[in-house]
Ligand binder design. Structure first.
Ligand code: NAP
Length: 305
């Protein structure tokens, strides 16, 4: 029986682990398939306070993990298949570990990048299809690349990718963009970005060496078109990792956990949420870390009561 189990090891989960471990609560931290979370897929992090010269994402996460271990947090790798939160102690079914039991649970499972779900897309991840401009942009120096999406992420990624690419083609399924005005303006004033709006992606075209084009439907004419490219960056948002909760925790319609305002409390006393799994708005490493601290303090108070 654990006093507390933390699920997920991004900045939120690891910060919660540091705080709980320092409070002598010896949390068990379950690392999933993306240990360290999204920051391990980025290169340099320039906006995490305390690092005036920046720090590499994987290094920042390794440091946080070491810090949690130093105070006694225990780490195990596993996939949480399901949870039973109907009564305390809570029960977690973890692949390869069987049933784990805890008095409290902190959910920090983050959100994963969404894919288009089109033909040949998954097969070409790492061969020209990417969801991470900061990770993979470098490989497309002086090449023409495509960014798919019409939100802030797509604008940001397109703008960022112009550092490397000769041309960035922004493909969006509607004529109107969802992105905020400031992000749209920045992208529109960038001469390296060209626009292919009202085009629905249909398939990734590849020849054994990598991606060659994106097949799209021109929604105005109904015709299919090929846009030649070596790289396709999919920037259509994220899906919160909450499926394993089986509907026991209240979420919004997109699946993000709803916490009580100004806290990390979920609808179930003793279950707390922090980081991107409960935040579709800010989604920053520092805000995730801050919410991880809140979850640990809320959890500590709950266990003391
Ligand atoms: P988003 O706002 O949900 O936008 C997703 C975009 O992808 C939409 O334009 C959507 O098209 C398109 N899309 C979704 N599914 C698709 C599919 N299957 N096929 C083709 N297109 C598809 O997501 P986001 O851009 O990641 O932003 C999420 C949140 O983070 C927002 O609140 C945003 O403001 C914030 N954010 C802020 C910044 C910043 O300020 N620096 C940067 C990034 C993100 P439709 O428009 O047709 O639905």
């Amino acid at each position: 029986m654990y006093k507390s189990i933390i699920i997920g090891t991004g900045p939120a989960g690891l910060t919660a682990a540091i705080y709980l471990a320092r409070a002598n609560l010896n949390p068990l931290v379950i690392e999933g398939p993306e240990p360290g979370g999204q920051l391990t897929t980025t290169t340099e992090v320039e906006n995490f306070p305390g690092f005036p010269d920046g720090i590499m994402g994987p290094e920042l996460m390794a440091n946080m993990r070491k810090q949690a271990e130093r105070f006694g947090a225990e780490f195990k790798t596993g996939w949480v298949n399901s949870v039973d939160l109907s009564s305390r102690p809570f029960k977690l079914q973890v692949e390869g570990m069987g049933e784990l039991v805890a008095e409290s649970v902190i959910i920090s499972t983050g959100a994963s990048a969404r894919y288009l779900g089109i033909e040949n897309e998954r097969e070409n991840v790492g061969r020209g299809v990417s969801t991470c401009a900061t990770c993979d942009g470098f490989f497309f120096r002086n090449k023409k690349i495509i960014v798919v999406g019409g939100g802030d992420s797509a604008m940001e990624e397109a703008h960022f990718l112009t550092k490397f690419a000769s041309e960035v083609v922004l493909v969006h399924r509607r004529n109107e963009l969802r992105a905020s005005k400031i992000m749209q303006d920045r992208a529109r004033s960038n001469p390296k970005i060209t626009w292919n709006l009202d085009k629905t992606p249909l398939a990734v075209e590849a020849n054994g060496m990598g991606v060659t084009a994106l097949k799209v439907r021109n929604n105005e004419t109904g015709e299919d078109e090929l846009i030649e490219t070596n790289g396709i960056f999919v920037a259509i948002g994220h899906t919160p990792n909450t499926k394993f909760l089986g509907g026991q925790i209240t979420t919004d319609e997109q699946g993000y956990i709803i916490v009580n305002p100004g806290s990390s409390e979920t609808n179930i006393p003793g279950v707390f949420a922090c980081g991107d799994v409960q935040d579709s708005k800010y989604r920053q490493a520092i805000s995730a870390a801050g919410s991880g601290c809140m979850a640990a303090l809320d959890c500590e108070r709950f266990l003391e009561a």
